[in-house]
Design a protein around this ligand. Structure first.
Ligand SMILES: O=C(O)c1ccccc1NCC(=O)[C@H](O)[C@H](O)COP(=O)(O)O
Length: 255
């Protein structure tokens, strides 16, 4: 596990809460919609492949949105989202496993479970097409490999999140085939799109590559695509204020 003293207090609090969460006493088996295919098909249709995130709030967001998650997701897909991400972390993002279930029932695109998963049993909380594994928090000996294997054993695709080249090396060595470069530094919670541009050239072509966080405008979307992103994970710019999520998604999809 990452030396927690180097993390923002909000992130330390998120990890403490994740360690406390109850885990179910069963093992899931899922039949996922392929995320790489959904991204490729959006790109082939001339659209930016956006993974739109249902993110009611966050440690860096002012305010909160209480809209029905399924309705938000339907609007995002109507705006052209290739896939949906749903925060399931309850205490800092106001997410829930129920929200993910209703979203997955409501849309026919792949759905990513966005959470802070630290142990295998946490994978069994809810079905999803893709789960997020954050390399920074799975840095014990063999920990990332074990979580990746546990996710695949259940049928999940895994998006392995990295923030620098060293984490990318670990992700690739572990066998990740879908990698996200997070522009948000979880130590300081600052966002810098240069992060993606510095890591992306080192990602092999056969890996599906997502740019995550801080994509706020069509210009940002074009910049990340030009730097090699096969997909763009966007939360705040789509959920912002009480704005129209369909229109916010469409602006980025047509970037
Ligand atoms: O978004 C936060 O404030 C945050 C704080 C601490 C840890 C993680 C956080 N975000 C998780 C994410 O990865 C983002 O929700 C996702 O990449 C979308 O980012 P954005 O488009 O910048 O909302």
């Amino acid at each position: 596990m990452d030396d927690s003293s180097s993390l923002a207090p909000a992130v330390r609090s998120i990890l403490d809460a994740a360690r406390e969460r109850e885990t179910p006493d069963r093992q899931l088996s899922v039949d996922p919609e392929p995320l790489p295919d959904a991204l490729d098909s959006a790109a082939a249709g001339g659209h930016a492949p956006v993974v739109a995130e249902v993110k009611p709030t966050s440690p860096t967001t002012d305010g909160q949105r209480d809209d029905d998650p399924a309705e938000l997701a339907r609007e995002m897909v109507a705006g052209g989202a290739a896939a949906i991400s749903v925060l399931t972390e309850p205490e800092h993002f106001d997410g829930s496993t129920d929200a993910l279930r209703t979203v997955r029932d409501a849309v026919d695109v792949p759905v990513l479970r966005k959470d802070f998963l630290l142990e295998e049993a946490q994978l069994d909380a809810v079905e999803a097409d893709v789960v997020l594994l954050i390399a920074r928090f799975l840095d014990g000996d063999g920990e990332l490999e074990a979580m990746l294997a546990a996710a695949r054993e259940r049928g999940f695709q895994a998006l392995v999140e990295v923030h620098d080249r060293a984490e990318l090396r670990r992700a690739l060595d572990a066998g990740a085939d879908i990698v996200g470069v997070n522009n948000r530094d979880l130590a300081a919670l600052e966002v810098d799109l240069d992060t993606f541009e510095s890591v992306a050239p080192h990602v092999p072509d056969d890996v599906t590559l997502l740019a995550e966080s801080g994509i706020g405008s069509p210009a940002d979307a074009r910049r990340m695509r030009a730097a090699g992103a096969d997909g763009l994970l966007v939360g705040s710019a789509i959920m912002r204020g009480d704005g129209d999520v369909r229109e916010n998604t469409r602006r980025l999809v047509t970037a």
